[in-house]
Design a binder for this molecule. Structure first.
Ligand SMILES: [Zn+2]
Length: 223
């Protein structure tokens, strides 16, 4: 197999019997039916591999364009999610007006400047007025906005705005902390720095005591 990446230690052969070891270029659709599942993004990933100096025909990369497309479509699936459908049936009448806090919601997103991951946790609070939402829906709302090309500030704001719109509460607070691969792996290469963004709406913006209460509740969770 023609490949500049050929390793002397490579002994494992995972090829299916019908694929020809001597084939100089990419296997055909008939030889690898899975390749057919690849869409236009996968074809572009093959070009990217070539442009980066890789050999898309080498064994380890044969299905990479397909896998990369599938991964990227999942990581940007938030564009096609529908908030209305998501919260449908999960809104209930509020029985009291105490602050609801959901801490430490993990999230993974892609920075829109480098398309590299950033990941962290988000802490959410709201002051119910008439409606509350099933608690499991809040992490789902976070994912809707995290699974897009984003900047951390915008994810934070969109989560807050959405809860404000859906729940019509007296206030919403969202604090998010994240580490950015575009900072960790390139550029400034600061592995341990974490970025915090927040959005405070309604009572959390107007009333310092309310905001401080929320911040005190999440402080143990902040890095
Ligand atoms: Zn970036």
């Amino acid at each position: 197999m023609k490949s500049s990446n050929k390793s002397a230690l490579k002994v494992v052969n995972t090829k299916t019997p019908e694929s020809k070891p001597g084939a100089s270029k990419y296997v055909t659709g008939a030889q690898d039916s899975k390749k057919d599942e690849r869409g236009p993004v996968g074809d572009m990933y093959e070009r990217i591999l070539e442009q980066l100096g890789e050999d898309p025909a080498r064994e380890g990369l044969l299905r990479t364009p397909y896998r990369a497309e599938k991964a990227m479509r999942f990581l940007t699936s938030g564009y096609s999610d529908n908030i209305e459908q998501l919260v449908n049936g999960a809104l209930f009448a509020a029985e009291n007006d105490d602050m609801v806090v959901v801490k430490d919601i993990e999230y993974y997103s892609l920075c829109e400047h480098h398309m590299l991951p950033f990941f962290g946790r988000v802490h959410v609070a709201y002051l119910p007025d008439k409606k509350i939402i099933g608690l499991s829906k809040i992490p789902r709302i976070v994912d809707v906005f995290a699974r897009r090309l984003q900047v951390q500030e915008r994810v934070t704001q969109q989560i807050a705005d959405t809860l404000m719109e859906v729940l019509e509460p007296r206030g919403v607070a969202v604090v998010s902390e994240a580490q950015h691969f575009c900072m960790m792996m390139r550029g400034v290469e600061k592995q341990c720095s974490s970025t915090i963004t927040s959005a405070m709406l309604g009572e959390f913006r107007r009333n310092k005591a309310t905001k401080d209460e929320f911040l005190a509740l999440i402080r143990p969770s902040l890095r």
